[in-house]
Every structure is written in structure tokens, then in C-alpha cells.
Design a protein around this ligand. Structure first.
Ligand SMILES: Nc1ncnc2c1ncn2[C@@H]1O[C@H](COP(=O)(O)OP(=O)(O)O)[C@@H](O)[C@H]1O
Ligand SMILES: [Mg+2]
Length: 287
């Protein structure tokens, strides 16, 4: 049996990757780095259908999404066990895919539309009955980058009119207005192999509504409850993810799943709770 774990990624110098590599080593396996920018595929390997690895970690980042997905498909066709698989990565790296799959599983998610049209009027017609504020997001993005808010219909019309000339898809969502005395907050729940292994409450910095830690948000320890844990597991399942950071936001109607991060960072979780997802990820890959 192979003692190798393949890792499809372009980032081997991140703290998270360092932790995963160390965990693989502790489990007695050797990591083989498969960088989508440096890999050559050969049909012979698919004809042979012989798995060469114990398993593969798919951690495909957005800049190499196309090539990374092809490599994961290639590895899957060779018979390799891939965690997260190509489907999960394709779904998780696209916010609308995620929205569709959450809706299909009846998981509560903010009211959202998506469009590739550049006809501003058609989009404006669709958002007339939205509750304001609303949020505009890049369909494939992270770290809160490009996520912006329109506080009223008139402001939204202005943004849509400008963006409709930029040839970008629209992803528009109602804003969930839930604050406590410290401001806006949400939950990041880590799921690895069908189990919740840890969670944090993320609090936005003063005068900010985005909770991303790289946007000044703070990670705090929190008490998990069954409803939150079950919801996170269901959301990860909806996109077929084995490893996921599920963002959940509270509302007057109950919890909403905001997004499912398929390549989650976990330094914030580790610093706040001492839980290191790399341990569980390493065990999952090596068992
Ligand atoms: N519909 C929403 N209601 C309330 N807050 C939101 C909403 N969408 C995004 N946010 C805030 O903005 C942050 C970034 O949005 P998110 O959809 O997670 O994009 P990214 O992938 O860039 O992190 C979230 O962590 C949350 O704090
Ligand atoms: Mg996010």
C-alpha cells in the first residue's frame, strides 16, 4: 500500500499547509505536492487505473481553479480517493453553485439572485422586492474582497448600472441584519469527514459589517449547539465536501448558511480554541 498522500494546491507556504504537511508526516506518510501550474497529464495513467496514492487532498485555490479541477478529475479517473473531490471544489468555489445546492437541500440561505446578463433593467426589476440593505458579491471570491452593500434601492440601481458595463456576473443577496451590543457577528463551523471539529464566533470590527478575520474581525471561542452543528454538516454535505468551513449567520427566522468555504483557513480557529483541523485532516487522509 502506498505511503504517499498527494496534495493538489498552489500554496505550500501557508501556515495551514505547513500544519497539514506536518500532520501527514506524523501519521507516517509522505506528501507529494501536485502544483497545477507544473503538472503534465498523460492518458496512459488513466488507462492503467492504478491508484498510486493512499489519498489526495484537493485544496484548489481560485487562481488555479480550471487546471486544478482537471487534475483532480484526472486523479479521480485513475481511481484515487480525493478529499475534497472535484465536484465539491467546483461547487464551493462558486457562490451561486453553493446557493443552488443549499436551496435544493432546503437549507435556509438569504434571498439571492444571480445573473450573467448585462441588461441592467432586467436585474433592477428582480431586486425591487428585496429588503434593504442588499449585498453584491463576486461570484467566485473570498476574504470579503469586493463584497459591498447598497443601503437602498436607489443606491443598488447605481451600482447595477455601473457593473452592467463591466461584463461581470451579478450575485445579489439580502443583508441579514443581526447585531448584538458588540456589532455584527457570525459563526464559522469546521466540518471534517462528517463531523464538527470546532467552531468560532467571528465578530466584525467597529463600524464594519464583514466578519472576515482578514478584515479586522475577531475570532472567539463559542459554545456549540446541536442545531448549528447539524446545519453545518448538512451544508457541507450539500456541496459534497469532506473538509469545509461553514459560515452561518443568525436571523430572526433562525440560522442561515451564508457560504461553504472549501479551502478554509484555520489559524483563527486554532488561536481562539487550540483546535487544529490539520490533525483531523491528516488522519482522514492517512486512514
Ligand atoms: N447576506 C449577508 N448578510 C449579512 N452579512 C453578510 C452577508 N453576506 C456577507 N456578509 C458579511 O460579509 C462577509 C463576507 O461575505 P462572504 O459571502 O462570506 O464572502 P467571502 O467569500 O469574500 O468571505 C461575511 O463573513 C459576512 O460578515
Ligand atoms: Mg466568507
Amino acid at each position: 500500500m502506498s505511503r504517499k498522500i498527494g496534495i493538489v494546491s498552489m500554496n505550500y507556504d501557508h501556515w495551514e499547509m505547513g500544519q497539514i504537511l506536518a500532520s501527514i508526516e506524523r501519521n507516517g506518510y509522505e506528501a507529494d505536492l501536485i502544483d497545477p501550474r507544473k503538472t503534465i497529464l498523460n492518458l496512459e495513467e488513466i488507462y492503467q487505473k492504478e491508484a498510486r496514492y493512499k489519498s489526495i487532498l484537493g485544496r484548489v485555490e481560485r487562481p488555479v481553479l480550471q487546471s486544478g479541477l482537471i487534475i483532480l478529475k484526472d486523479l479521480e479517473l485513475r481511481g484515487e480517493k480525493v478529499i475534497n473531490n472535484s465536484r465539491a471544489i467546483q461547487y464551493g468555489q462558486n457562490k451561486w453553485y453553493t446557493s443552488m445546492l443549499l436551496a435544493k437541500m432546503n437549507i435556509r440561505h438569504p434571498k439571492t439572485i444571480c445573473s450573467y446578463t448585462n441588461h441592467a433593467k432586467d436585474i433592477i426589476d428582480q431586486i425591487k422586492d428585496f429588503k434593504y440593505p442588499i449585498v453584491f458579491k463576486p461570484i467566485s471570491g473570498g476574504r470579503g474582497e469586493g463584497v459591498s452593500r447598497a443601503c437602498c434601492f436607489e443606491e443598488a440601481v447605481e451600482i447595477i448600472t455601473v457593473l452592467s458595463n463591466c461584463n461581470v456576473p451579478f450575485y445579489i443577496q439580502e443583508f441579514i441584519h443581526k447585531k448584538d451590543e458588540k456589532g455584527y457577528f457570525d459563526y464559522r463551523v469546521f466540518v471534517v469527514g462528517n463531523e464538527v471539529i470546532g467552531s468560532i464566533r467571528r465578530e466584525a470590527s467597529e463600524n464594519n459589517w464583514k466578519t472576515n478575520i482578514c478584515n479586522g474581525g475577531t475570532a472567539r471561542k463559542m459554545k456549540m449547539n446541536c442545531e448549528l452543528a447539524e446545519l453545518a454538516i448538512q451544508a457541507a454535505k450539500a456541496i459534497d465536501a469532506d473538509v469545509a468551513g461553514v459560515d452561518i449567520i443568525d436571523s430572526d427566522e433562525g440560522y442561515n448558511v451564508l457560504e461553504v468555504n472549501i479551502c478554509p483557513l484555520f489559524r483563527g480557529l486554532y488561536d481562539a480554541t487550540g483546535i487544529n483541523p490539520a490533525e483531523t485532516i491528516g488522519k482522514l487522509l492517512c486512514s
